[in-house]
Design a protein around this ligand. Structure first.
Ligand SMILES: [Zn+2]
Length: 247
């Protein structure tokens, strides 16, 4: 007796093998924890929001019996990672992230909007998964295999290949619009910026900057000085455009 997986919503788009639009069932002739069964069909566990069989909500460790029908549903955004669920029993604190090299530019945009986002191109997949699990960071990547690693507790498969759209995906999915805090974190180093007196940086400023701006911040990590110049308006416009696309 095989186990039948019924895959719902946009999780169907992630199924591997022969793509047969409209068909969402997979009959599997083996018994294993439901996480393994789902991931063997191409769907990373991080993308699953609810698993139901025989009228009960199941964890990823649950092993269905032969003949059992298991319904697998996507998340319903916004997803609050601070709330534990049957599938994700480990609560996270405030949403913080680690990104894979294939979404590297997303790291800079998340930092610009105020979110703690680790990115280090020297980390291999095993190390990224370790950081994600050990520090309870949400893993953002376009690599499904990376999301399937057991150490990864929370993550999101990024759909768009355009950085501003990726940022909008993350903000919408995790419900972070109210937590956006622009220009408070160094986009290079991920370190929170500190306010500094204009007098302390006068000798580093171009004459026009010296004349036009009064508020300055510095990154304690790399020493870079920032001020609210015309690039800030451009970033605000791009952010507004990206988020309005979602409405
Ligand atoms: Zn810095």
């Amino acid at each position: 007796m095989s186990v039948r997986l019924q895959i719902h919503g946009d999780l169907k788009d992630l199924l591997n093998g022969i793509a047969d639009p409209g068909v969402n069932c997979r009959d599997l002739d083996r018994s294993a924890p439901v996480k393994d069964l789902i991931e063997s069909q191409g769907v990373p566990h991080t993308e699953v929001g609810l698993v139901v069989s025989r009228g009960a909500e199941r964890s990823f460790l649950y092993t269905p019996a032969g003949g059992e029908i298991v319904d697998v549903f996507p998340h319903t955004p916004p997803v609050d990672v601070s709330l534990p669920s049957v599938l994700f029993p480990v609560p996270f604190g405030e949403a913080s992230f680690v990104v894979d090299v294939n979404v590297a530019r997303l790291a800079g945009l998340l930092r610009l909007t105020g979110f703690d986002c680790l990115y280090d191109p020297r980390l291999d997949d095993a190390m990224i998964a370790e950081v994600a699990g050990g520090e309870r960071r949400i893993l953002l990547t376009r690599d499904r295999e990376l999301l399937k690693r057991n150490r990864v507790l929370r993550g999101r498969l990024i759909r768009s290949d355009r950085p501003w759209e990726q940022l909008a995906e993350v903000i919408r999915f995790f419900g972070l619009r109210d937590r956006i805090d622009l220009f408070c974190r160094c986009p290079r180093c991920n370190v929170p910026l500190v306010n500094i007196d204009k007098g302390d940086v006068l000798d580093q400023l171009e004459p026009l900057t010296r004349m036009m701006y009064d508020r300055f911040t510095r990154c304690p990590g790399c020493g870079q000085v920032y001020w609210s110049g015309s690039h800030h308006s451009r970033i605000r416009e791009k952010l507004a455009a990206a988020l309005d696309d979602l409405q």
